[in-house]
Design a protein around this ligand. Structure first.
Ligand code: DQQ
Length: 639
């Protein structure tokens, strides 16, 4: 993986931003630290300006500059969360905003939010990725979809194919809710590719009585590379909730893996005694009859209902992914659960015993649900598959909205899938997975710009002169030079990018307008701990990403391991309203869904910033503009 942008010497390295930030387009040569010191007073006043731009002090709304006719302002009505009545958790943004008035959105703002190279349907609601697989030259993505509306309901399996995981073509629905055992929804499921070429698709059906059962489906015609027609097994359901399990807490079967006895296992998330998150294991030899194995694959008290469990092997020393059935020496297993209570995807790395069908975390203090998250941003219901075509394990995840259902209905769509990510075990830390955008995304790269060793002084913002900054693939690395001693340190991300400490924050301002009235900082915050070591946080601050008050804006982040022989490195994918940020080669990832009102179209810009008080930051970047993936319906007559 290339995290080392090439350095060029031709670019003027530094543009100090003086007291008037707006017209800062001049690119001046850097005249050394004397110039920084001379400018310090101006920079400090700029910092004061930034600090004062906290969310509370945002100017009044209604700043629309869009050419489109403003929509009538609607007062916000508190909708009932979708899904609860059907026995699943709320699928839209909970009503954080009952006291807020809906922003005066325009069609132009809504249109800008649509992504150019992420997967999203043409319209309406989407949630979890389902049953990803590779078959006869095509990658298949299925997804939870509402054909009728931009809110959750009537869940159907949407279907799309691509030869490269990026340029998707919409196909007809794969499965619709049309039998008693799935009439309330064809919910989440996973594919298993059998050695003889058959494909088994297991999915949760919500029955006519809202009982969660597991059903089997398979392609009508395996010789069809597009897998257009799916047959539901006539004797569905194949698994019903076992005794002692609530009928609405039993869902989302995984891909099956084969045990040493030659039979298959799947695991299904549930909850025990109201608070213990568990994953049940079933054994089958034919995918139509199943036996519940004694005990559970794993259980973690206090984590609540586990949705969308994912369970897969990773090679300790290896650069390729592993088939789901792999086990043995040199292999660890990742167990992931989507926590219904918190709406976060958590994982842990551990050891699977294929004889007892139990999994044990390497570090019980970092167990599933209490330790690492797959993604620290707006992200849920993720699922991997083994790509036998390229020997990769590939991860999909659902980026849900943080606006209101009213806004989603107005704009006519909701949710996006992440760029698929390759997953590997991080053998440098030994404690986490690495996630990295699949290399096929590089086919979208257009023009690139290099910036080399730009010095960003304490409290300054430096524009990166790349023009419109809405579709980008950014590699940035930062070195710090300590210029004043640190006495008091602030831990964590929660104070956001305006919370200054000696060593941080510093990083990028993405999707920012020229006057910095809207911006999304993606940043590092190294901290000197009391033990005398530097601990680094990787964060994304959405609090000033939009002037709209009816969208949920959060500061996300976590610690990230940075070794002494490493620079601070981030890769950031910007695609209109989606920002996917990867730190240190993918040790930590944060996905943001943002709703700018000013920093859109030609007004979206990119900046460097350093809000630390005691360090100069030297930044080197390579930035590609990315093309659109032009996702569209499959053209059958031209096939
Ligand atoms: N989404 C599906 C469920 C799953 C949930 C319903 C997770 O199967 O538990 O749309 O978002």
């Amino acid at each position: 993986m290339d995290t080392n942008p090439s350095h060029t010497s031709s670019d003027p390295p530094y543009t100090p931003l003086l007291d008037n930030p707006s017209p800062a387009r001049i690119r001046r040569p850097f005249n050394g630290f004397a110039a920084i010191l001379a400018s310090l007073i101006f920079l400090l006043s700029l910092v004061a300006l930034i600090i004062n731009q906290s969310q509370e002090s945002l100017p009044e709304q209604n700043q629309n500059r869009s050419p489109s006719t403003p929509r009538p302002t609607e007062s916000f009505s508190k909708p009932e969360p979708r899904g609860v009545a059907q026995g699943v958790s709320p699928k839209s943004n909970p009503s954080f905003f009952s006291d807020k008035v809906s922003y005066n959105w325009t069609n132009a703002m809504f249109s800008w939010q649509r992504t150019a190279y992420h997967f999203q349907p043409e319209k309406n609601w989407m949630n979890d990725p389902d049953g990803p697989l590779f078959h006869k030259g095509w990658y298949h993505l299925f997804y939870q979809y509402n054909p009728d509306s931009a809110v959750w309901g009537n869940i159907t399996w949407g279907h799309a194919v691509s030869t490269d995981l990026i340029h998707w073509l919409y196909l007809p629905f794969a499965m619709v809710p049309d039998h008693w055992y799935d009439i309330n929804g064809v919910w989440t499921g996973s594919a298993t590719l059998l050695p003889d070429g058959q494909i088994m698709m297991l999915y949760t059906g919500s029955t006519n009585e809202s009982v969660q059962v597991q059903n089997l489906a398979y392609p009508a015609n395996l010789s069809d590379p597009l897998l257009i027609d799916w047959v539901k097994y006539p004797n569905n359901p194949v698994i019903t909730p076992p005794n002692g399990t609530e009928t609405d807490e039993f869902r989302d079967p995984t891909t099956a893996w084969m045990g040493p006895d030659g039979t298959w296992r799947i695991t299904i998330g549930s909850r025990h005694n109201k608070s213990i998150g568990i994953s049940l294991v079933y054994q089958t030899s034919n995918f139509t009859t199943y036996e519940l194995l004694e005990g559970v694959l794993h259980a973690v008290p206090g984590t609540g209902m586990w949705e969308c469990v994912d369970f897969y092997p990773v090679a300790i020393n290896g650069s390729t992914g592993l088939d789901t059935s792999a086990y043995g020496a040199g292999i660890k297993h990742v167990l992931k659960a989507s926590l219904d209570d918190t709406k976060r995807d958590h994982y842990a790395i551990g050891v699977y015993d294929p004889v007892t069908d139990k999994w044990t975390p390497d570090n019980p203090k970092e167990d599933v649900g209490i330790g690492l998250q797959v993604d620290y941003g707006r992200y849920y219901a993720s699922k991997t598959f083994y790509d036998q075509n390229t020997q990769r394990r590939i991860l999909w995840g659902w980026i849900n909205e943080t606006d209101t259902e009213t806004d989603d209905l107005d704009k006519g769509w909701a949710s996006v899938q992440t760029i698929p990510r390759k997953v590997l075990y991080d053998n440098k830390t030994g404690t986490n997975i690495l996630q990295w955008p699949v290399e096929e995304i590089e086919s979208l790269r257009l023009r690139s710009t290099d910036f080399t060793e730009i010095v960003v002084g304490p409290g300054s913002v430096v524009p990166l002169d790349i023009g419109q900054a809405t579709q980008l693939d950014i590699f940035a690395e930062f070195e710090v030079e300590i210029i004043s001693e640190t006495k008091h340190e602030k831990y964590g991300c929660s104070g956001g990018a305006v919370d200054r400490s000696a060593l941080g924050p510093f990083g990028l301002l993405v999707v920012a307008d020229q006057t910095l009235s809207e911006l999304t900082p993606i940043f590092f915050r190294p901290v000197n701990t009391t033990e005398g070591i530097v601990e680094t946080y990787f964060c994304a601050d959405e609090t000033r990403s939009s002037k709209a008050s009816d969208v949920y804006k959060q500061v996300y982040g976590s610690t990230v391991p940075v070794f002494t022989d490493e620079k601070f490195q981030m890769r950031v994918l910007v695609d209109h309203s989606i920002v996917e940020s990867f730190a240190q080669g993918g040790r930590r990832v944060i996905t943001s869904r943002i709703y700018p009102t000013k920093a859109i179209y030609g007004d979206a810009r990119l900046f460097l910033f350093n809000n630390a008080t005691g360090v100069n930051v030297k930044a080197t970047l390579k930035i590609w503009e990315l093309n659109s993936a032009f996702i569209h319906p499959f053209l059958f007559d031209q096939n």
